[in-house]
Design a protein around this ligand. Structure first.
Ligand code: NAD
Length: 416
């Protein structure tokens, strides 16, 4: 069934489309279709009730031709090695699209963090860090937050790694709290970067942002902040959702009040003055901009014919399957692909890492100016290729990224 499409197969299809356009040779195709390193670890921890539970975790480094591996860590019941491989490869392409000197990695643990206590999550994080510490480090692989991990998780990783070294190593993770070497602007970076490229896209599409009606799927770090920033630009947020369901008010929602309600009750559902909508209904609402900020495989061949947005911004990784992409493209729906639209997170992670290595701090304006410059340049590069090659924005972004990684591989040559 497509709704559970294997994300790594989707990632390979997207890569191969670009490889065909670039006429990439077979050897490079083989190298770039195979992650460099996949580490699967058992993570045994003592639960609060005294039982021992064993979780399965992964860390995948997809490609490091352009620099150290970089990518988030996800805690979710549906984490599999193939999902982590896909997410790692998307990181390779994403870093190349925005031109930051990193390769791609990703990590994850199959667990249900909502059913775990803070103590259990801390033990899980520390044991997982110890298990993957043989391949991570500030000069080789630098984790960051992803779904259901946050600045606190990063603080535990940084502490565990540092305890084993005997000195503080802030550069081993990004997305840390400010007090231990985090960067100003990192918390908002994914959403901020996404909103910068939405702003550029609506200019190109002649769609005034201050009159846009926006739907946001997923109300976590990326989705809730994107909703707030778009609201601040004058857009009307008509519907949002989280894992428990969606809410709709066609007159508009106040994103900060919705967030306060979610923080209080655990979900956006039952926010006063709204109508309940299912996640499926939410995706098919008529709107100008649909921001996808939850998980993979949300737009598939099954619902793509019914999507009524003019512009889709993929704050999430892999929310659209390749089959759905073709349908959206035919229907003239403009998609800002994940490897461009959510690259703000890794861009400010890169700034955080640079600050850590230099032991020097940038102010918020500095961070946001550099982020804006990076995102606008990446958008313009991708948009130019989209027009020049008459391909959708995702294919254009892949062409740009694959070409850059392939060039690095050619220059480095094959060892031995
Ligand atoms: P998060 O844990 O902060 O939020 C995830 C949100 O999605 C939660 O509100 C959750 O309730 C909701 N959700 C889960 N399943 C859902 C479903 N079926 N329907 C609707 N909502 C659902 O995670 P995040 O960091 O905001 O990540 C969201 C997406 O953005 C992921 O795809 C992630 O890979 C991507 N992303 C995040 C970052 C980052 O810096 N945090 C960077 C790049 C990409």
């Amino acid at each position: 069934m497509e709704a559970s499409a294997n994300p790594f197969q989707s990632a390979l299809k997207q890569f191969n489309r670009a490889a065909d356009i670039l006429d990439l040779d077979d050897g490079l195709r083989k190298i770039l279709s195979t992650p460099e390193r996949c580490l699967t670890v058992a993570v045994p921890i003592k639960m609060d009730d005294g039982r021992i539970e064993v979780f399965i975790g992964h860390r995948v480094q997809h490609n490091t031709a352009r620099g150290p591996a970089k990518g988030g860590i996800r805690y979710h019941p549906s984490v599999t090695l193939d999902e982590v491989k896909a997410l790692a490869s998307w990181m390779t392409w994403k870093c190349a699209v925005v031109g930051i000197p990193y390769g791609g990695a990703k990590g994850g643990i199959a667990c249900d963090p909502k059913r775990m206590s803070r103590g259990e999550l801390e033990r899980l994080t520390r044991r997982y860090t110890a298990e993957i510490s043989i391949i991570i480090g500030p000069e080789k692989d630098i984790p960051a937050p992803d779904v259901y991990t946050d600045a606190q998780t990063m603080a535990w990783i940084m502490d565990t790694y540092s305890m084993n070294r005997g000195y503080a190593v802030p550069g081993v993770v990004t997305g840390k709290p400010l007090a231990i070497g985090g960067s100003l602007g990192r918390h908002e970076a994914t959403a901020q970067g996404c909103v910068f490229v939405i702003r550029e896209a609506v200019k190109a599409l002649n769609l005034p942002l201050d009159r846009a009606r926006v739907v946001v799927q997923g109300y976590g770090n990326a989705g809730s902040i994107a909703a707030r920033l778009l609201h601040e630009q004058g857009a009307t947020i008509i519907a949002v959702s989280d894992s428990r369901g969606g809410i709709l008010n066609s007159k508009g929602l106040d994103p900060m009040k919705v967030l306060a309600h979610k923080q209080e009750t655990g979900s956006v559902v039952e926010y006063p003055g709204t109508e309940a909508v299912s996640n499926q209904e939410l995706l098919e609402l008529p709107c100008d901009i649909l921001v996808l900020a939850a998980l993979e495989n949300q737009i598939t061949a099954a619902n793509a014919p019914r999507i009524r947005a003019k512009l889709i911004a993929e704050a999430a990784n892999g929310p659209t399957t390749p089959e759905a992409d073709d349908i959206l493209h035919e229907r003239g729906i403009f998609v800002l692909p994940d490897i461009l639209a959510n690259a703000g997170g890794v861009t400010v992670s890169y700034f955080e890492w640079v600050q850590n290595l230099q032991e020097l701090w940038w102010d918020l304006e500095d961070v946001n100016e550099r982020l804006e410059e990076t995102m606008v340049r990446a958008f313009n590069n991708v948009y130019a290729l989209h027009e020049e090659k008459n391909v959708d924005m995702r294919t254009a972004a892949y062409v740009l990224a694959v070409d850059r990684v392939a060039e690095a591989l050619r220059l480095r040559g094959l060892f031995p």
